[in-house]
Structure formats: structure tokens, C-alpha cells
Design a protein around this ligand. Structure first.
Ligand code: FES
Ligand SMILES: [Fe+2]
Length: 433
């Protein structure tokens, strides 16, 4: 296969199916790191993880190690985690706070914006070596932009700005932030991590897949086809298996996918949200009402979006608040980080409850996430079998319709969102430059 030939790439992703090599071929993975992760706006972290000057977190943009750091000027910088001397990773910690980054190998130091601070034993460098050369700083990632605290970076020098890239998917971030009485979220509630034996796209395709729920998560359904309660104060969860009205309700879910940049969401099931009557939730509602008034507060408490996937590496869930980051490691290895989302200005007890609930639903030992992980492992293993050349994404293809922006819309348990992801994948993989 000649991967320099865009016709070859296009032939691997058809509107209704994907060639299995897209999940298996290490050369395709390498090209994805260059063309998808090298061109997209990639989520790298959240402002709440680096609140004070000197705070930093390390992250990856595809295969590239980077540091996200808040400098003494209060601004956020994203630079490659690779010493300008001989390339060692300068910062080995996942997060922390520092005045300077010091390379472990020969001791060069860097400021928290990546600029070279000093080289050790400078007299050993002759006159010809210019220590003031800006190229001796840690290389900055070409573009960094922040939307309501969510920090994205792009390795492409030019292209659409972040707001245009996110498009209508921005509203999922808005919905989440608006649920915080202070209008901001806090991701500093810890992190769940796990590694699975499968391709990174399996996770991205899964979060907005409403077709798998009653089957993969069958063990979480009690008598009557109801899942355990997943909302504060809820004693019985929503009906998710095909009994009675459940199927009809699922057909009302919105499916949306942007073919240009690949973002997508699964709409919220039209459940009658009960507003819990306990004092903690009442205090939360009162804080929201103080800011927004009664009508808007009721709107905020009934989010329209359930799961959103920001192509290529971040997902946001409204039900059990979390941000999930997808880190491709190899064609058949993926690391996932799950950050609970706390609502700034909400009672501490409510936020603690959200974090606790996420342990049950999305930790590495949870009741729900483990079902998906087992399916990813089985997909990777099964796709390696010779049985079929294609992986199918045809569900709902005849009923997809364009909205006013030309994005795809549908309803129910369709594969519209994955088709949008695949369209964006082809566009980026085949883009010139
Ligand atoms: S590799 Fe960093 S100081 Fe030598
Ligand atoms: Fe799932």
C-alpha cells in the first residue's frame, strides 16, 4: 500500500465502512500522528490544573510529549518536552509547580515559558555559541488557544482558529460550564487512568455510540430494564433496555456529527429530570438561581447533550461529569485519562458526590467503563482475524440529513457520529502540506 497516495487512503474509509487496516497498520498510525494529530487542535489540559504561576502538567499531542505551564506573566504556554541540548525529556512529572525546569542530563535550566534560563558550566562554550539565541529555548507548539478554560494546541502554523474548529461542539462546553454557579469548571479532582490493548479510534467511536448500551452494559441493568441511578438523588435509573417505552425514548435522542472537523455528540435522552429535594442540591439550585433566575436554571438542569467527542482526543460527558483524554501509544495501545468535572460555586458535598459517582461509572474498576474496555480489547483482537476486510458503520446512513451548516443530523442509535469522525480523518490524512 502506498500511503503517500491519497486515493489509497480514501479507499480505506468508505461512507458506510472502514478497512480493518485502519486499526491495525503501524504505518497508518504513524501517518495519523503526523497528519491528524499534527494538524488538528488537540486538547492538552485545563486552566484549573495550573492555577498559579509555576504550575505545570505534562501531556501528549499524539506522540509528541509537551508541557503545559503557567508562566510568571500569568499566561499559559505549551512547549515540547525535549531539551534543546541533546533532547532529553526535561520534565518527567505528570504535574507540579516549579520556578525552573532543570534537565536531568547536563543541568540546563528553562523558565516556565520554555525560554532558556542558563546552561551549566557556560565557560565551556566558546564565543561562537550564542546563549541568547531564542532557538535554544524549548520549542513552542505553534498555536495555543483556550475556550472557557479548556486548553487546546495545534502544531499547524496556520488553519482555522479554535472557535471555528470547535464550531457547534463549543455549546457542549458551554452547557457544562453553565452548570457551575460561577460559570467555570474545575478538573483538579484527581484522575483515573487506564491502558487498553486497542486502537485509539475505538474509544473515540464508542463514547457517542448509543447502539451498544443495552448490550455491553447489560450487567448494569436491573429488573425492568433500568440502569442503576446515575443522577444525584435518583433511586431508579433510566430505562435503557428494549422494554416498554425505552426503545421509543432512545429513538428521540439526537445524533450530530460535523463532517469538516469530526466533532459529534449524542443528545440527552428526554428523561423527566427529577430535581432532588435534599438540602445540598437545594443549595446548588439556589446558587444557580441567584446567578441566572428560575427559568434559565431549569433549562441548565436539563442539558441537551449527553456525550460529546471532540475530534481527535477529548470527550465530555454531561451525565457523570468527566473529561476523557485519549492518548494514542501505538496502533494497538491506548492510554485514557478520566478527569472528574467539579462545578465551581456548587456545594463541596455535591462536587464530592460527583467524584464518588465517577468511581462507580468510569474508573478502571467501575461498573460501566470496564464493559467498554473489554469490547475494545475484543474488537482489536477480532479485527486482526482474517474473516472480514471491513468494519461497518452503516447504521442510519439512509436517514442522515444535513443541518443548516451542512453537518449530519439523525436520531436514535445510529452511527452518524462515527461517519463524521471518519470524514474528518480522511480530510486531515489527505490534506496537502
Ligand atoms: S540533554 Fe538536557 S542538558 Fe544535556
Ligand atoms: Fe459504553
Amino acid at each position: 500500500m502506498n500511503l503517500g497516495d491519497t486515493a489509497e487512503i480514501r479507499s480505506l474509509m468508505r461512507p458506510d465502512r472502514v478497512h480493518r487496516s485502519v486499526y491495525l497498520d503501524p504505518k497508518i498510525f504513524e501517518l495519523e500522528m503526523r497528519n491528524v494529530f499534527g494538524r488538528a487542535w488537540v486538547y492538552v489540559g485545563h486552566e484549573s490544573l495550573v492555577p498559579r504561576p509555576g504550575d505545570y502538567v505534562t501531556a501528549r499531542i499524539g506522540s509528541q510529549p509537551v508541557v503545559l505551564s503557567r508562566h510568571t506573566d500569568g499566561r499559559i504556554y505549551v512547549f515540547y518536552n525535549s531539551c534543546s541540548h541533546r533532547g532529553a525529556v526535561v520534565c518527567n512529572e505528570e504535574k507540579g509547580s516549579t520556578k525552573l525546569f532543570r534537565c536531568p542530563y547536563h543541568g540546563w535550566t528553562y523558565a516556565t515559558n520554555g525560554d532558556l534560563d542558563a546552561v551549566s558550566m557556560p565557560r565551556g562554550y566558546g564565543e561562537s555559541f550564542d546563549l541568547k539565541d531564542p532557538a535554544l529555548g524549548l520549542g513552542r507548539v505553534a498555536r495555543v488557544s483556550v475556550y472557557r478554560g479548556f486548553v487546546f494546541a495545534s502544531q499547524a502554523q496556520s488553519g482555522p482558529d479554535l472557535e471555528a474548529w470547535l464550531g457547534p461542539a463549543r455549546e457542549s462546553i458551554d452547557e457544562m460550564c453553565d452548570r457551575a454557579p460561577e460559570g467555570e469548571v474545575d478538573l483538579g479532582g484527581g484522575v483515573h487512568k487506564y491502558l487498553f490493548r486497542g486502537n485509539w479510534k475505538l474509544q473515540l467511536e464508542n463514547v457517542i455510540d448509543m447502539y451498544h448500551v443495552p448490550f455491553s452494559h447489560e450487567s448494569t441493568i436491573g429488573a425492568g430494564g433500568r440502569q442503576f441511578g446515575r443522577r444525584p438523588g435518583e433511586s431508579a435509573g433510566s430505562a435503557i433496555s428494549d422494554r416498554g417505552a425505552a426503545a421509543a425514548k432512545w429513538e428521540q435522542r439526537t445524533a450530530w456529527g460535523a463532517r469538516d472537523f469530526g466533532h459529534s455528540y449524542a443528545g440527552h435522552q428526554p428523561v423527566a429530570e427529577q430535581i432532588p429535594d435534599d438540602p445540598v442540591f437545594k443549595a446548588y439550585v439556589a446558587a444557580l438561581e441567584a446567578r441566572h433566575g428560575r427559568e434559565r436554571t431549569l433549562e441548565i438542569l436539563r442539558p441537551r447533550r449527553h456525550n460529546t467527542a471532540f475530534f481527535p482526543n477529548m470527550t465530555l460527558q454531561a451525565l457523570n461529569h468527566h473529561v476523557r483524554v485519549i492518548i494514542p501509544v501505538a496502533v494497538d495501545r491506548t492510554e485514557i485519562r478520566v478527569y472528574p468535572v467539579k462545578l465551581k460555586g456548587a456545594p463541596e458535598e455535591l462536587n464530592r458526590g460527583f467524584v464518588r459517582q465517577l468511581n462507580i461509572t468510569h474508573s478502571a474498576a467501575s461498573l460501566i467503563q470496564t464493559d467498554d474496555l473489554e469490547c475494545f480489547r475484543r474488537c482489536q483482537e477480532g479485527i486482526e482475524a482474517q474473516g472480514s476486510e471491513w468494519v461497518w458503520f452503516a447504521r442510519g446512513i439512509d436517514t442522515d440529513r444535513p443541518d443548516e451548516r451542512g453537518d449530519l443530523v439523525n436520531n436514535g442509535t445510529v452511527e452518524t457520529q462515527q461517519r463524521a469522525q471518519h470524514a474528518a480523518w480522511v480530510r486531515l490524512m489527505c490534506a496537502a502540506g
